[in-house]
Design a protein around this ligand. Sequence first.
Ligand code: HEC
Length: 134
Amino acid sequence: MTPGDVPYKNTGNLYIDRVKPILQTRCYRCHAGLNRESGLRVDSRAYMLKGGKHGTALVPGDPEKSLMIKLVRHEGPKDDPMPMPNRRGKLPEQEIRDLERSLGAPEAPDHARRTQNPLDAPIHASLSYPFCSQ
Ligand code: HEC
């Protein structure tokens, strides 16, 4: 494990185990709560869908069109590439794939919102969405 690596828990849920910790470690500093660089928050799926100044950051089922995926891949528009995370190196390939697989899944539920109530967690953990299971 290199510094900055995210320790993965294993509850069998891709978003909770891997994607949320990636976003928390790599993006929340500038895109969560009161931090809204370019108008974007990534601390819930609804915010990612709403996006920032450049429109939606996430197009479910279409990573190619999802701005946040393009930017972490350093494949942003030529005139305004905005590689993310800003001023840091590129994310490890595995993390980018985890983001694509979970966030890019069609009609993935808003895990961030749904799991806000801890009482709901066991119910959600028992649902087997194909894009949540490893
Ligand atoms: C150190 C601060 C910082 C971090 C960390 C960071 N960003 Fe950003 N982000 C910015 C800034 C500043 C902009 C505006 C850049 C510009 O306009 O050229 C931006 C813009 C964006 C945009 C475009 C929003 C829009 O509509 O204009 C997306 C998408 C984005 N970031 C995703 C991410 C993701 C995903 C991560 C984590 C992997 C991340 N960012 C981490 C600072 C950051």
